[in-house]
Design a protein around this ligand. Structure first.
Ligand code: SAH
Length: 369
């Protein structure tokens, strides 16, 4: 989001150190942007052999349910003859491939859809191309949502995309607030340091009364995308579904973490070697979408959403048609996706939509935040 584009460089160390040498320290969101771009620039980082496993990599059921949701949304949009089916941050392309297979159940929807992927990592684009070639689909890629078509309605999905966008951290000192910066200490290691003082008016209102030491995060990149897409949905028609882990209501706290080989890794060690993420502030995302002109619904818990869309019935069908060992795996995957002790409540689902549309499946009766 900050114009970083060294997609194949494994470690952004030299770039970060040169900037810190020149400037003394840099804002944390710049550090995170460099580290995340370098990390995904390495290619396939997902699954058991990688660093973390996402819902579509757990089971095909996740993408099939999202595909069903897209098909119903398309019907509620009065079945436009042309629609752009968009995914933000498609990883291996697994989710889009499962969505398209489910969309095939409603051929007029499948035939109306052109596929657009917003992805900056060139190695991941190559993997997505291979995955989708198997489904007979030739997607178009974009670096930025600004390049998405402007003349057709949009159906946008995003799973674990917003959590990868860089967050700005503000920390409360005894007197006033400071932006949290990153520097290099005498031992040559990266370290947090207070940056310039910031005006209390620039701190989110919900956190202004927080005590000394408190940290509050904002994600300007997520806000800009939700606002821009919100405006597009209101103008061009369409819907967006964002699935991620995070807070239903804005809250203070340092939520930044890094994962490497399925274990926590220190955020400031070896930037680009681990997956750095932050919790998504769904209230802020919903408000940004509404500021753009869309209607927000939810967030609802992932478990409740998948249940409402019939994932248990889908698991029954898959299990009935499978060998005993595979049937047990289907049950285990279902449990991981919907159980509150697993991904069921930590992960949430938010919809943004053209305000002219009726309530969307999975959100009936759930107002906006
Ligand atoms: N949705 C996938 C992968 C999630 S990982 C899944 O559920 O398995 C995050 C994805 O977002 C990766 O594909 C990464 O390359 C992409 N990404 C991260 N930051 C991005 C940015 N600023 N612009 C576009 N894509 C980005």
């Amino acid at each position: 989001m900050t114009g970083v584009r060294r997609d194949t460089e494994p470690y952004p160390d030299s770039v970060l150190r040169a900037r810190i040498d020149a400037e003394g320290s840099i804002p944390f969101d710049d550090y995170m942007a460099e580290a995340v771009a370098a990390y995904y620039g390495r290619g396939d980082v997902f699954g058991l052999a990688g660093d973390f496993t996402t819902a579509p990599e757990i089971s095909q059921m996740f993408g099939e349910i999202l595909g069903l949701w897209c098909a119903v949304a398309w019907q509620l949009m009065d079945g436009p003859g042309r629609v752009a089916l968009v995914e933000l941050g498609p990883g291996r392309g697994t989710l889009m491939s499962d969505v398209l297979r489910a969309a095939g159940m409603l051929p007029p929807f499948r035939q109306s859809a052109s596929v657009h992927l917003v992805e900056r990592s060139r190695p991941l684009r190559a993997i997505q191309a291979r995955t989708l070639a198997e489904s007979g689909v030739a997607p178009r890629w974009h670096d930025d949502i600004a390049e998405l078509p402007r003349d057709v309605p949009l159906i946008v999905i995003a799973n674990e995309f917003f959590d990868a966008l860089p967050v700005r951290q503000c920390q409360r000192a005894i007197h006033g607030w400071h932006e949290r910066h990153v520097t290099v200490n005498e031992d040559g290691a990266y370290a947090f340091t207070p940056g310039p003082e910031i005006d209390a008016a620039d701190v989110p209102e919900h956190a202004r009364a927080a005590g000394p030491g408190s940290i509050v995060e904002t994600c300007p990149a997520a806000g800009a995308i939700a606002r821009d897409l919100g405006a597009r949905l209101a103008r061009q028609g369409g819907v967006m579904l964002a699935v991620d882990y995070g807070y239903a209501q804005s809250a203070a706290g340092d939520s930044v973490q890094a994962l490497k080989r399925h274990k926590f890794h220190p955020v400031l060690v070896d930037p680009g070697c681990a997956d750095i993420t932050a919790h998504v502030d769904f209230q802020a995302l919903a408000e940004a979408g509404e500021a753009g002109g869309a209607k927000a619904s939810g967030p609802v818990d992932q478990g409740a959403f998948l249940n409402a869309l019939g994932i248990v019935q889908r698991a029954d069908v898959l299990a009935q048609n499978a060998a005993p060992q595979q049937a047990a795996e289907v049950r285990k995957a279902l449990h991981r996706l919907i159980d509150p002790a697993e991904m069921g409540t930590l992960f949430k689902v938010l919809a943004l939509a053209d305000p002219a549309l009726p309530p969307l499946p999975g959100f009936e009766g759930s107002g906006s935040t």
